[in-house]
Design a protein around this ligand. Structure first.
Ligand SMILES: *Cc1c(COP(=O)(O)O)cnc(C)c1O
Length: 386
């Protein structure tokens, strides 16, 4: 059975990260690498992207509306609420899965203090136009590049355009650190305030615990064990193709945490092969594009000009998501059905048809770097028979 998601680390990475976790200055190495890559002065390494967003909003301290796409990860509006702001949803463009400048312009109200430019599934949104319509003294442009490490927009990495950006290193992202997120900014004033805020941060998750978790994840996502994993997952969680998720209203305990030295070491090791990682993802996406071009029932996402996505998965639009999912299950392939909800529904906001439609009709073909070309071709061949 082919897994929907396999973490990018190897067993050897895990072992080396455990050994390196106590080396002096290793966090500084990761900070400098990310800073250099994104042309920013400041990098904060936190427990997750949601914590990075929370820390940024707290430090910015201008509670008001935060404009964001209605189709995104639920933890994003949750973090916005924890920080004392209000999520203000904008419907996505169904074909690109991201926000359009036109819709953002229409939604800009006086009480909006922050805009989240989200690069969903690693596909860059129209950054250029977006920054053009904003008054930098009034609204902070934050890139949600959680899923898009290394994606390029007009030959520059995303995360280097806004006033700040957040990155994620969770298990399903471009580079999996098992845990981890980063906050990037060039703004001296914001950086000072974030530094002050982080004096109240709680200690990171224990390295041994993360080592055990990542080791287990590596095992259960292997081709050999995956059928069993899926069986267990289904028994525990079931399988919903579309749902309305309830947002968490209370800030979790120990939320504001730094990232663990283990995860930082694990991320650093994998940055050495980020180029390979991204080129694998792009190759796999290309295989799907070529094999499935013109298929009557499967359509592809529209990519803005002069963009190189980072493809944490390859989204496909299909009218009957469940039927296609089942068809692929029979062929031995597990597809990703995230995100299977619209955040507008979660916050009981009416009138976001595209977000809802995306939640009901988008499935992800796997693009993790360890997937082989021949596997991707087999996946595409099976998909083409749908
Ligand atoms: C994964 C993801 C997040 C959340 O990242 P965490 O590190 O899990 O908090 C936020 N936004 C987008 C677009 C994501 O894909």
């Amino acid at each position: 059975m082919i897994s929907r998601s396999v973490p990018t680390y190897t067993y050897s990475d895990l072992w080396h990260s455990l050994k390196r976790r106590s080396q002096q200055g290793s966090d500084q190495v990761l900070r400098s690498r990310l800073a250099e890559m994104h042309h920013v002065k400041y990098v904060f390494l936190l427990d997750s992207a949601r914590v990075a967003l929370y820390a940024l909003l707290k430090a910015y301290n201008r509670p008001g509306g935060v404009l964001m796409p209605a189709y995104t990860c639920i933890v994003v509006p949750e973090a916005v609420c924890y920080a004392g702001y209000t999520p203000v949803f904008v419907d996505i463009d169904y074909h690109s899965l991201n926000l359009t400048t036109k819709d953002v312009r229409q939604a800009l109200r006086r009480d909006i203090t922050v805009i989240l430019a989200t690069h969903l599934f690693g596909i860059p949104c129209e950054l250029d136009e977006l920054s053009g319509i904003l008054d930098p003294d009034r609204v902070l442009l934050v890139e949600d590049a959680a899923a898009a490490l290394g994606a390029e927009y007009q030959c520059q990495p995303v995360g280097s355009f806004g006033n700040a950006a957040i990155l994620s290193f969770q298990a399903t992202k471009v580079v999996a650190g098992e845990a981890g997120g980063a906050l990037l900014t060039n703004d001296d004033n914001l950086a000072t305030k974030v530094t002050r805020l982080l004096e109240t941060a709680v200690p990171p998750v224990d390295s041994w615990q993360l080592f055990a978790k990542s080791f287990a994840r590596k095992m259960v996502t292997s081709d050999r064990l995956y059928s069993l994993t899926q069986f267990g997952y289904r028994a525990l969680h079931g399988e919903e193709m579309f749902e309305i998720v309830t947002p968490q209203n209370h800030i979790p305990q120990r939320f504001l945490a730094n990232n663990s030295p283990f995860s930082n070491a694990l991320i650093t090791l994998q940055l050495d092969r980020l180029k390979w990682n991204l080129s694998r993802r792009r190759k796999l996406a290309q295989i799907y594009q070529e094999f499935l071009a013109g298929h009557p029932k499967l359509t592809h996402c529209r990519i803005p000009h002069r963009c190189l996505p980072a493809w944490i998965q390859y989204p496909i639009f299909v009218e009957d998501k469940k039927a296609f999912y089942k068809h692929m299950q029979h062929a031995g392939v597990d597809l990703s059905w995230t995100y299977r909800y619209s955040c507008a529904d979660s916050y009981k906001k009416e009138g976001y048809p595209n977000a809802k439609k995306a939640a009901q009709t988008v499935v992800g073909l796997p693009t993790y770097p360890l997937l082989l070309d021949q596997q991707a071709r087999a996946i595409a061949r099976s998909a083409s028979l749908y």
